[in-house]
Design a protein. Sequence first.
Length: 265
Amino acid sequence: MKNQERIIAIANQKGGVGKTTTAINLATALAAVGEKVLVVDIDPQGNASTGFGIDRNNRRLSSYDVLIKGTSITESALQTNIPNLFIVPSTLDLLGVEMEIAAHSDRSYRLKNALYQNIKIISRFTYILIDCPPSFNLLTLNAMGAANSVLVPLQCEFFALEGLSQLLDTIRRVRKSFNSQLSIQGIILTMYDRRNNLANQVVEDVRSFMGEKVYRTVIPRNVRLSEAPSFGKPALLYDLNCAGSQAYLQLASEVIQREKRLHLA
């Protein structure tokens, strides 16, 4: 698949770190600069789908259908209100996926198989972002099996490095077991408050530990970012000029430049 290195799983086993906020607003920022973006929501909570204004009653087909029934990505994908941005929505049916496919030999490759089912259509997208649940279950493993890299949102809090170590260990195990090409696309520090000494220390520690893998852009703690999902809008549509929206535009620029370097390497 052309540009296959641009299939990115957005993952962290800890909830409340800005994972879905990052999926929504990074996808929107990428689409805003002309990239063609597909978001695949595989979190049973479906918050990414809600954040794009996709009513639960309108999710006739979902990522559950893709994983369980073999429904194609193109059948399941919905156009959002944002040009160049589509989403395969999530439903609560995903809660039963683990039990339904646990005994199948292809249980970790369902999403990968679906993405590669029709290469001509999927290759129309320059970025495919997979929003994972906040846990390391079979859904997250499917995302890591399909992706070429993992983007890690990391909250600026005391236990950040401990959680990061667990995530890095999981990525190593996935790489060893069934996806040798999986890499860390980058680490994005979220919910940053520069007035907080602990937050500043976390930023310093993570940069020291992970070096260039950490994005220069830091996502601030921002009320407008928190408000936007309740209106079914990405923050960039809700308030383009707020600090959070501007940070995600900067992050999109960094992601594009990093992917170009990887593509040329």
